[in-house]
Design a protein around this ligand. Structure first.
Ligand code: ADP
Ligand code: ADP
Ligand code: ZN
Length: 218
């Protein structure tokens, strides 16, 4: 099963992708995490992406398409993958379609997570995550069960993202509405789109997504 989680920054894509990875054995592919590793390692791509990410703008389509193309070819994606944060433009969606078609693969579902802009600012400003496994937490909405210890992996180191600040969030939301929202009609037209209420609790959203996934192929 190959899925896309589509939604604005802070919608809960990473939170639900992690659940799907653990519950369904799908590979969780977060382009944001891939880019942050590239920045941390100081690679050529990281050097090109760093300032763009700090401003909250989008990294170029050619970099992103090449990055995801390399990633979905790896063996852990053979059983299926969840794309979190990709595609973010129509050009990226078209690039993905042609890569998958070349390999005789296809998308099963595109799941839109709908969340109000006001709630996104609250979610992003309280977000932190486990450095070891990427599990996401929130100062008020989702604290680790044992204070200071990751529920998923037992890790004890957490980090906050540099771009999770009020100023950058505005630019990221604008990028979503201008460049990413056009993907909704793109996927709706082919009958692949399912929408869940991302304003609901983490557990309720998880159940809504499970219902879509269990309904099977389109
Ligand atoms: P969020 O989960 O808050 O939406 P991400 O971690 O997905 O944020 O992305 C962080 C930043 O990385 C984005 O603001 C953007 O600069 C860059 N980025 C991630 N994925 C893409 C993509 N598919 N296309 C262009 N830029 C991307
Ligand atoms: P995205 O990957 O779409 O940017 P995240 O999964 O990182 O979003 O979630 C953003 C923040 O909101 C995190 O701190 C997460 O713990 C929290 N969160 C996720 N889903 C919900 C929800 N349904 N209700 C309340 N908080 C949530
Ligand atoms: Zn962890």
């Amino acid at each position: 099963m190959n899925l896309i989680l589509l939604g604005p920054p802070g919608a809960g894509k990473g939170t639900q992708a992690k659940e799907l990875e653990e519950g369904h054995g799908l590979a969780w592919l977060s382009t944001g995490d891939m880019l942050r590793s590239a920045v941390a390692s100081g690679s050529e791509i990281g050097r090109r992406a760093k300032a763009v990410m700090e401003r909250g703008e989008l990294v170029s389509d050619d970099i992103m398409i090449a990055m995801i193309g390399e990633r979905i070819g790896r063996s852990d994606c053979a059983r299926g993958f969840i794309l979190d944060g990709f595609p973010r433009t129509v050009a990226q969606a078209e690039g993905l379609d042609s890569m998958l078609a070349q390999e005789g693969r296809s998308l099963d579902r595109v799941i839109e997570m709908r969340v109000d802009d006001d709630a996104l600012v609250d979610r992003i400003s309280g977000r932190f995550s486990c450095t070891a496994c990427g599990a996401g937490y929130h100062d008020r909405h989702r604290r680790p069960r044992i204070e200071g210890v990751c529920d998923s992996c037992g890790g004890t180191e957490f980090s906050r993202r540099k771009d999770d600040n009020a100023e950058t969030v505005k630019t990221r939301l604008a990028a979503y509405h201008d460049q990413t929202a056009p993907l909704l009609p793109y996927y709706r037209k082919r009958g692949a789109l399912a929408t869940v209420d991302g304003m609901a609790s983490i557990d309720e959203v998880k159940q809504q997504i499970a219902a879509v996934v269990e309904a099977g192929d389109v």
